[in-house]
Design a protein around this ligand. Sequence first.
Ligand code: SN0
Length: 320
Amino acid sequence: MKNFFSFHDVENINDLLANALEIKKNPFSQQEIGKNKTVGLLFFNPSLRTRVSSQKAAYNLGANVWVLNAGSDAWTLETEDGVVMNGDTQEHLKDAVRVLAKYCDLLGVRTFPKLQNKEYDYNEVLFHKILSESSVPVVSLETATLHPLQSFADLITVAEHSHFQSERKKVKVVLTWAPHPKKLPQSVPNSFAQWFSNVDWIDLTIVQPKGYELNPEFTQGAAIEYDQDKALEGADFVYAKNWSSYEHYGQILSQDESWTITMEKMKRTNNGKFMHCLPVRRNVIVTDEVLDSDYSLVTSEAENRIYSAQTVFHELLKNS
Ligand code: SN0
């Protein structure tokens, strides 16, 4: 692994998962890996779990950490090349990244999509500019189209709550669209689909209203449904998430409350568990009753963000 941007950077998912479960059992056993090393975390967008779990992951490895919120506590960065910078932007992204890479051995970066130009977002222009200027490995802390550390944490969580190894039976995971008042990225569901459709002990179903189909590049191998009640039948895990339309790019096409996950809907499942990456809009995506019940794994997923980050940082720092 040279950088960490998507599932394609993982050589063997079952090995990476086994490493994460091992690291979780013994999180402080590899402190020599991070000795005299620094992890830099650069945020262009807000964060709660990603920021703190990445810090914790680095500390567990014995590394130092700095965090910079480029959106609020740094110079306003210019991202376009070749511009005459006589306006509001104060420093070019190129210069900032070249310098920041000198201050760390690993650079984590968060960049959200603007949801205005599909091509710009799906070409991951900002992330690639950062990658090309960084002299150290770069880890995605969520980009315009993917959120791989979240998907990896979700996979750790599903593995911990599955009996797949003993029963040799596939686990049914349902990714369902749910309503939301704002237009949100497709990063979390794209990434979830990419990871979960590539794991041989998982059967993934994706259910959404018409017009909310994700980019097929990420959903290959998953069953695609439009009837939520039907999709939930027999589910072992229900992963709810809102996303804006990919086809009608960035638009909200529906706010249909009948897609909110309720206890009644959870009862259709195979005693299934509820999952969401957080932050969650309570009683919009899912009811309080489900979130506060034993069905909910959301806090465990967030806890596992430490171990997904630590496993990936470990892979990248061990060679640096
Ligand atoms: C982000 C998203 O990609 O959907 C981050 C998820 C890890 N979520 C939000 O932006 C939610 C914001 C809101 O208004 O609820």
